[in-house]
Design a protein around this ligand. Structure first.
Ligand code: SAM
Length: 328
């Protein structure tokens, strides 16, 4: 007779085999692999995906159902629409390594040029909507921010670590300074700080705060990471606090950040952990409902960054904040 332990092992192994088969079958189709690649970048509705891949809704729904049954994609309802995103965390921990390798390999493959162009058009619309949100709500920024997490909730923790990151480093780029709450600390430990924001109204807020504080060593640039790359300057530290979730293609932003770093440069990222609070989209202009920490890890690795220290803070309102550090 089998002991309890042996019985559990035997039944577990039988389940594993069928789960592995289901995962491989679901991913083992050229179109579904391309869908998985597209869903790495963001959540998209069925109709958007039909537009990107130029196929009928019934066919797309069929493929999405297979991917969802294998837990490779997750769904989210928004009003009458369902949005699909890649499921970075498989509910079966035994499948996680296989899924990670699969996603990593899929992400290395090129996306068909037509798909890329149609996807870029959707993402450009989303980026423009995000910039418009900040331009229109610049005077209410702090109230909006306080609904989720105030600077004081995570800023102190970042500032505490800053002197350690600053040793032997001279220049810093802060992407998305918002109201400029971090600029004073940056300006006190770095010789030169660049504040880059793609919302003109928000950048004005940073300039006003920094001037009132008498900060002299800050250069202000209107634009995004692509503009920064075009300028050709590299930095010893890049900071990205509560910015990624406002962007349709966070993996691309992290890759840009890696290219903006000098050798041994440090990237610090603060962002929300994955959550299900849909209201943040309308109230705070969020595009992503936070991120699984594993997603940031994978995007960092793809960008050639090494993982450093991390800290997780849980807010009283239930939001979790991840403070991550990576280096080149
Ligand atoms: C939620 S606020 C965060 C502000 C500040 N970092 C903080 O933690 O309080 C996001 C800021 O990033 C800016 N932003 C969003 N995406 C950006 C991008 N791709 N490039 C530059 N700025 C961006 C927005 O305009 C806004 O000022």
């Amino acid at each position: 007779m089998l002991s309890n332990v042996e019985f559990e092992k035997e039944s577990r192994s039988a389940t594993d085999t069928s789960a592995i088969t289901a995962l491989c079958k679901a991913a083992g189709d050229p179109l579904r692999m391309q869908i998985l690649k597209v869903l790495q970048q963001n959540a998209y509705g069925v109709l958007e995906l039909c537009g990107v891949f130029d196929i009928r809704q019934s066919a797309m729904s069929h493929h999405l159902k297979i991917l969802a049954n294998a837990s490779l994609v997750a769904t989210r309802r928004e009003g009458t629409s369902i949005f699909y995103r890649r499921n970075e965390l498989n509910p079966d921990p035994d499948l996680q390594n296989l899924q990670d390798s699969l996603f990593q390999t899929i992400d290395l493959a090129a996306l068909d040029l037509d798909y890329t162009n149609r996807l870029a058009a959707i993402n450009a619309d989303r980026s423009a909507a995000s910039v418009a949100f900040f331009n229109q709500n610049a005077d209410r920024f702090e109230q909006n921010q306080d609904l989720i997490a105030s600077w004081s909730d995570y800023g102190e923790s970042i500032e505490e670590f800053l002197p350690r990151y600053a040793t032997g480093r001279h220049s810093a780029l802060e992407i998305g300074p918002g109201y400029g709450q971090f600029l004073k600390a940056l300006a006190s430990v770095f010789d030169k700080v660049t504040a880059l924001d793609n919302s003109e109204e928000m950048l004005e807020q940073s300039i006003a705060r920094a001037s009132a504080q008498g900060l002299q060593n800050i250069e202000y640039v209107i634009g995004d990471t692509q503009q920064a790359l075009n300028q050709g300057t590299k930095y010893d530290l890049v900071s990205l606090n509560m910015v990624l979730h406002h962007n349709p293609t966070p993996a691309d932003i992290m890759s840009d950040c890696a290219k903006l770093l000098n050798k041994n440069g440090v990237l610090i990222i603060t962002d929300l952990c994955a959550h299900d609070q849909e209201w943040v989209k309308d109230s705070c202009g969020d595009i992503w409902l936070g991120f699984e920490p594993e997603a940031l890890t994978r995007w960092a690795e793809s960008a050639g960054l090494k993982e450093g220290s991390s800290l997780y803070l849980t807010q009283r309102n239930g939001f979790r904040i991840q403070l991550r550090q990576f280096s080149l």
